[in-house]
Design a protein around this ligand. Structure first.
Ligand SMILES: NC(=O)c1ccc[n+]([C@@H]2O[C@H](COP(=O)([O-])OP(=O)(O)OC[C@H]3O[C@@H](n4cnc5c(N)ncnc54)[C@H](OP(=O)(O)O)[C@@H]3O)[C@@H](O)[C@H]2O)c1
Length: 264
């Protein structure tokens, strides 16, 4: 299979391509001449990307639904114009006290962040492993490394994503397939509006924010290098490395303190 530009990929499929980190993946790959299959619900945004990068394929899909997931599974499994890089990026969070949140919204969050990501990871590896070639990036979060009161379900979904991805990488290691969990810290995108964490924008200093393009680039570099976990930015690398030696009770206290500061 022919590769394109500076990247070894022949064709990429990116979920959540209509905004934020997902759109930055498309800009990086599209600029380098890698054709992309762009997946999200907002067709107008996907069409704008397609207008910018010839060869872009628009796949409108609601990954919170079984039919939407099935459509993307079918595309990943297709043998004509095959994709060899799959980026599971679509995701959202819900901020607030767990007992007061809308349970249907939380179920939708789990359906997207966990169920859809698992189905699409399976479709990708079911094709890539027998071929002995392919790349899979699952977008997780630094929130998944510790409990996060007031973002509890989101953090739990991301703990799942990181753990699943580590296991998958261990299963495929040495087979020619590479799997990476990309774990960004705070990144200014539409995520803050969607997850009701706009308070973060004013409560956290500029140095705490990572650029969406830098995050996407770090993900591409990491999966090519075969890194299992990629944490973009020196600050978040340091935080994640200390979190593994911090007692869980202390992590919870710090996390609760940060959230309380933000909410006041
Ligand atoms: N921003 C941060 O601070 C941060 C930090 C760590 C991790 N992350 C993770 O990074 C990933 C990308 O988030 P972002 O920051 O770029 O947020 P964003 O700007 O809100 O983008 C989210 C993307 O997901 C898509 N999406 C949402 N629900 C969907 C559904 N039901 N079906 C299909 N697509 C859906 C959205 O497209 P449509 O609305 O058009 O469907 C959009 O393209 C997420 O997994 C997020 O958890 C973000």
């Amino acid at each position: 299979m022919a590769s394109s530009g500076p990247y070894p990929f022949a064709r990429a499929l990116i979920t959540g391509a209509s905004s934020g980190i997902g759109a930055e993946f498309v800009h990086l790959l599209g600029t380098a001449g890698v054709p992309c299959v762009v997946v999200a619900r907002r067709e107008d945004r996907l069409n704008e990307l397609a207008a910018s990068y010839p060869g872009t394929e628009v796949l409108v899909s609601d990954l919170g639904t079984e039919a939407g997931v099935a459509r993307v599974v079918e595309r990943i499994s297709a043998t004509s114009d095959p994709v060899d890089l799959v980026i599971n990026n679509a995701g959202f969070g819900t901020s607030g006290k767990f007992s007061t949140l809308d349970p249907d919204r939380l179920a939708g969050e789990i359906a997207l962040n966990i169920t859809a990501l698992t189905r699409l990871s399976h479709a990708a590896l079911a094709k890539m492993v027998p071929e002995g070639r392919g790349w899979l990036i699952n977008v997780s979060s630094v929130a998944g490394f510790q409990a996060s009161p007031y973002l509890s379900v989101y953090a739990a979904t991301k703990a799942y994503v990181t753990n699943l991805t580590e296991s998958l990488q261990a299963e495929v290691a040495g087979n020619g397939v590479k799997v990476t969990a990309l774990c960004p810290g705070l990144t200014r995108t539409e995520f803050q509006e969607v997850s009701n964490t706009e308070g973060f924008i004013t409560s956290f200093p500029a140095f705490a924010w990572t650029g969406a393009r830098m995050v996407a680039q770090a993900g591409l570099d990491a999966v090519i290098a075969g890194k299992t976990i990629a944490v973009p930015g020196a600050l978040y690398k340091a935080l994640v490395s200390t979190s593994s030696v911090t007692p869980r009770w202390l992590s919870r206290r710090i996390s609760l303190g940060v959230q309380t500061l933000r909410r006041n």
